[in-house]
Design a protein around this ligand. Structure first.
Ligand code: 5AD
Ligand code: SF4
Length: 481
């Protein structure tokens, strides 16, 4: 592939990995920066794989990249604005590179690309390529066009399924990414919550076929992956067919549980209305399904839920959580909340606080409402003043923080299985993941990366649990003793 910018990037046709020969060229380097959700993390990996098969090597250093790829998020205004300030910095870098006689290509992918398309190219002259989330498999072709001097915008909804066209991850790249992996099983959203851009940026709900998902999961397992997190904007709306029978996410999880090497399963993000009986039963029947569930409710006020088009009431949500807890006692609940949705009164906000108090979250994410162009709520009157949003967010976050730290404290003195993921900060430490998704610092001697080890929790910090032997001072203590 030829990548040319002002005719200066030396890039051999068909890829740049030809070392050894006299005059061999350096492989081209791509720097990928990911914003937003886990689905973007997964997409960035798959784009990295597609570029690797075109001769690109990933770099962590923006200054040495031949291609900078920003995989963007459009969910809130702040997220989208970040992209333009980043592009401002990249413009300086590109000018600097040009002074050194080197080229630099810049690509914007993801949800800002989908939502703003051509506008990005017009607003930011540094950008060579804008590519939407449904067309990543066409990235190599789009780059070839950039190489021919075009500025490319490809944000069509492709008729073909990108997953059928993206190259497989190579085993070494998967191994480097670690023992816990994401796997997208569903994309898009048909719910049309009135605040949300996702139905416009990611399109309507599409489920990947069970066979493709199982094949990818097997490859991940063969590369050493132990824990799989199934991803989808509405992951629990996933549906498929196997042996002529309808399959829901619960059924899919059972099948994935049968893959040798896979020992833990998770999924995110779910909508309360799609929490089917088969899925709730899977929380009861499948030990491998971790006892943690991210189930956003957004607001505790029925009036606001209606205006948000959530199509359920606060009480429906509370009863659902109750059923899930009956199926899996001790499950850690997580959620998303929006404060200051148009028309939200103090009484509505008090209803949200009440729901949070009743559920008791192990963790939760909360945001100030951010009007998104093109969504119905952006045009509503009664927008809530910024300072009211800030004040409500502070109160909500204080409550959530108290609940989260209460949950962490409740784990001190208990034993739990931890998946060892990587080395810790000190030589005697490793870092792993609890069943409830918190990082756990443990003794390296407890097990190798990829092992699931039983540890006893001795302390809880704000963001991590410490297991016996994992304390920073453990080595010093040992020496003294
Ligand atoms: N403003 C604020 N938060 C939003 N979210 C989605 N759209 C908006 C918006 N316009 C939040 C929701 C969602 C999470 C991913 O982001 O809580 O669950
Ligand atoms: Fe957005 Fe609602 Fe769809 Fe979630 S369910 S992606 S919040 S429209």
């Amino acid at each position: 592939m030829t990548l040319r910018n002002e005719g200066t990037i030396p890039a051999p046709a068909g890829g740049g990995m030809q070392d050894g020969a006299p005059g061999a060229r350096e492989p081209k380097k791509v720097f990928i920066k990911t914003y937003g959700c886990q689905m973007n993390v997964y997409d960035s990996q798959r784009m990295g794989d597609a570029l690797a098969s075109e001769g690109f090597r990933a770099t962590e250093r923006q200054e040495e990249a031949d291609l900078i790829l920003l995989n963007t998020c459009h969910i809130r205004e702040k997220a989208a604005e970040k992209i333009y300030s980043e592009l401002g910095r990249i413009r300086l870098l590109k000018a600097e590179r040009a002074r050194q006689g080197k080229g630099l290509n810049v690509a914007v992918a993801g949800c800002v690309a989908q939502a703003e398309g051509r506008e990005i190219i017009e607003r930011a002259s540094v950008v060579d390529l804008v590519i939407g989330p449904q067309t990543y498999h066409r990235l190599p072709e789009a780059l070839r066009r950039v190489g021919r001097g075009e500025r490319v915008v490809d944000t069509d909804y492709a008729v073909e399924n990108k997953f059928d066209h993206l190259p497989k991850a190579d085993r070494q790249a998967t191994r480097r990414r670690g023992v816990a992996a994401f796997l997208t099983v569903q994309e898009g959203c048909d719910k049309f919550c009135t605040f949300c851009v996702v139905p416009y940026t990611r399109g309507s709900e599409v489920s990947r076929a069970p066979d493709a998902i199982l094949a990818e999961a097997r490859e991940l397992a063969e590369a050493g992956v132990v824990e799989l997190t199934l991803l989808g904007q509405n992951v629990n709306a996933w549906e498929g067919e196997a042996e002529g029978r309808h399959l829901g996410l619960g059924g899919l999880l059972h099948r994935l549980a049968g893959i040798s090497g896979i020992r833990r399963l998770r999924y995110t993000t779910s909508h309360p209305r799609d929490m089917g009986d088969d899925l709730i039963a899977a929380h009861r029947d499948l030990d491998m399904l971790m006892p943690y569930l991210h189930l956003p409710v957004q607001s505790g006020s029925d009036r606001i839920l209606k205006a948000m088009n959530r199509r359920h009431k606060a009480d429906d949500y509370l009863r659902l959580v109750e059923r899930i807890r009956q199926a899996r006692p001790g499950i850690a609940m997580s959620g998303d909340f929006i404060v200051g949705f148009p028309g939200e009164t103090e009484a509505d906000f008090a209803d949200t606080l009440r729901v949070v108090s009743e559920v008791g979250y192990a963790s939760a994410f909360s945001f100030k409402y951010s009007p998104r162009p093109g969504t119905p709520a952006a045009d509503l009157g009664e927008q809530v003043p910024e300072e009211v949003k800030t004040e409500r967010l502070d109160r909500l976050q204080a409550l959530i923080r108290a609940q989260a730290s209460g949950f962490m404290d409740s784990l001190v003195g208990t034993e739990m299985d931890v998946l060892v993921e990587k080395d810790g900060r000190y030589p005697h430490q490793s870092v792993g993941r609890s069943p409830y998704l918190q990082p756990v610092v443990l003794a390296k001697s407890a097990g190798a990366v990829g092992d699931i080890v039983r540890v006893s929790i001795s302390r809880a910090g704000p963001n991590a649990l410490i297991a016996a032997g994992g304390e920073p001072e453990a080595v010093a203590l040992k020496t003294v003793a």
